[in-house]
Design a protein around this ligand. Structure first.
Ligand SMILES: *Cc1c(COP(=O)(O)O)cnc(C)c1O
Length: 230
């Protein structure tokens, strides 16, 4: 087996072990392979090992890879920061967007989603305390934005996403994930179930699974260390 296939199997084992430990079903936890900064050949290796969902953060390299892999069955997730002048490219190339933080961007993505594609799946990014990046909206703003986004016909609001600063212990790691789950439970309604909790990365996926993650975004543990500081 090649290295990527081996690492992928290790990550799947971690997901399985955590699912058992915390009383979850494996199939309720989707693995998103974060392929930012990796060449298309690495994605092909993961595809060959059965991985079909990939997350990208940098649009130019993402679009190149999407074109190089147009023969393959890939579900593409945009997990980077959204800029207003890039929403059209995102709306045209991706199946999911995880980092939605403003109604302005939501409207642009909605208006620019091509008619021949299904609605764009989106998550609102929530900035809980201690974030590394300044992206994301405050929890107090989430209910209002969720209802506004829900009314856009070309977007499908799936849930919430967060990207907490790294911490040491499992207990510390669980705190922001618990807060995201509780926020989701507060906002959700019958019409707006917000089933997706996009949370957990290579270093804290067990904590995220413990708190109900439905999508974990894993880069390093599958593809190895990234060599440049992106
Ligand atoms: C890079 C990135 C990841 C993956 O991080 P790893 O530590 O490599 O698993 C997850 N989510 C987002 C938003 C990222 O930018």
């Amino acid at each position: 087996m090649n290295t990527i296939a081996t690492r992928l199997a290790d990550v799947q084992q971690r997901i399985h072990d955590a699912a058992i430990k915390y009383g979850r079903l494996d199939k309720t936890i989707q693995l998103l392979a974060v392929s930012k900064t990796r060449p298309a050949e690495n994605i092909r290796a993961a595809l060959g090992a059965g991985q079909h969902c990939f997350g990208e953060s940098y649009l130019q390299e993402a679009v190149e890879k999407i074109q190089q892999l147009s023969d393959a069955q890939v579900q593409w997730h945009f997990i980077g920061r959204i800029q207003s002048n890039k929403t059209k490219v995102i709306a045209e190339h991706f199946d999911w967007v995880h980092g939605l933080c403003s109604f302005k961007h939501a409207q642009r993505l909605n208006d620019q989603r091509p008619g021949n594609l299904s609605p764009l799946n989106v998550c609102l990014q929530i900035n809980l305390s201690n974030e590394t990046s300044k992206a994301g909206i405050a929890p107090e703003e989430a209910t209002e934005l969720a209802h506004l986004v829900h009314n856009l016909p070309r977007l499908r609001l799936k849930g919430l996403m967060t990207l907490p600063a790294p911490t040491e212990t499992l207990e510390q790691q669980r705190q922001p994930f618990q807060a995201l789950r509780e926020l989701r439970d507060k906002i959700k309604t019958h019409e707006l179930p917000l089933e997706t909790l996009s949370m957990g990365m290579s270093g804290d996926l067990e904590a995220a699974i413990a708190e109900g993650a439905t999508i974990i975004r894993v880069g390093t543990a599958i593809f190895g260390p990234r060599n440049y500081k992106k």
